[in-house]
Design a protein around this ligand. Structure first.
Ligand SMILES: Nc1ncnc2c1ncn2[C@@H]1O[C@H](COP(=O)(O)OP(=O)(O)OP(=O)(O)O)[C@@H](O)[C@H]1O
Length: 257
């Protein structure tokens, strides 16, 4: 199987990742792939196939049972706390549910300033307004609370927060699944613009093959914890090798973006 080229361009590499919960419950089974700098790798598969668990292992939010993760050539799993802290600011995640991810008791200005505070840095109003402008919101949002925004706007706030410390790698875990199709399309276009502006590297987890086709360079297909197909997006979408990939393609309708 084509597992992607490993070279100087590689930012993230997973090798033989395994995750077991309890005795014998293997939810991720020998998963290997690379993600190149500036690339968007799609990760698709039905619910429960292990996509989020893989992503969490890449970010070291979940410890693998076996396998390795390298980030920019460094073995993430043996990184000490101080090294991990430095690496953490280079990798971020945007989750599916934009409301659950935002603290309802915090104003937007506190939400956006929090990543700086965690790293012992200050952040002025100008920078906060710039962060909002980058995601298409204006400064009047700063004093408001999350419940005062629509789902799409909340996801924009999440994205602004994720990009606060100028990371290079962002895991997008079903970032538009909870949004209406047209609102989701706008958010996807925003993610593309931001990627081009900042040279971001994405792992895009999704159920939607049309969205993956639109946003991704390569796509990895997971079935019951295993990687069953990995290739260029066009090849996987137009000429899938696996019956399972054909099923996934058949299950999601066309989408206009
Ligand atoms: N902390 C945990 N303890 C036990 N089992 C877990 C835990 N986290 C995940 N699992 C199980 O691992 C499997 C894979 O879950 P995961 O969330 O990675 O799948 P997914 O492909 O991301 O699904 P979805 O698309 O629904 O988010 C599921 O069967 C899930 O129940």
């Amino acid at each position: 199987m084509d597992r992607g080229m490993r070279g100087e361009n590689t930012l993230v590499e997973a090798r033989g990742l395994v995750k077991e919960y309890g005795a014998g419950a293997r939810v991720v089974d020998d998963v290997s792939f690379t993600i190149g700098r500036g690339e968007t790798l799609g990760l698709v598969g039905e619910s429960g196939s292990g996509k989020s668990t893989v992503a969490r292992m890449l970010l070291r939010l979940v410890e693998p049972t076996a396998g390795e993760v390298t980030y920019d050539g460094r073995d993430l799993l043996v990184a000490r706390a101080s090294q991990m802290r430095a690496l953490r600011r280079r990798m971020q995640v945007v989750f599916q549910d934009p409301y659950a991810a935002l603290n309802p008791r915090m104003r937007v200005k506190e939400i956006l300033a929090e990543p700086f505070a965690i790293h012992g840095e200050r952040c002025g109003r100008e920078r906060l307004e710039e962060m909002l402008a980058e995601v298409g919101l204006d400064g009047s949002a700063l004093l408001r609370f999350p419940h005062e925004f629509s789902g799409g706007q909340r996801q924009r706030i999440n994205i602004a927060r994720a990009l606060a410390l100028r990371p290079e790698f962002v895991v997008l875990d079903e970032p538009v699944s909870a949004l209406d199709v047209s609102v989701g399309a706008q958010v996807v276009n925003l993610l593309r613009e931001l990627q081009q502006r900042y040279g971001l590297t994405y792992l895009f987890i999704s159920h939607s093959m049309p969205l993956v086709r639109y946003l991704c360079d390569r796509v990895a297909v997971m079935q019951r914890g295993r990687l069953v197909e990995l290739g260029e997006c066009e090849q996987v979408c137009d000429a899938p090798r696996e019956a399972y990939t054909r099923e996934l393609l058949g299950a999601t309708p066309e989408m206009r973006l």
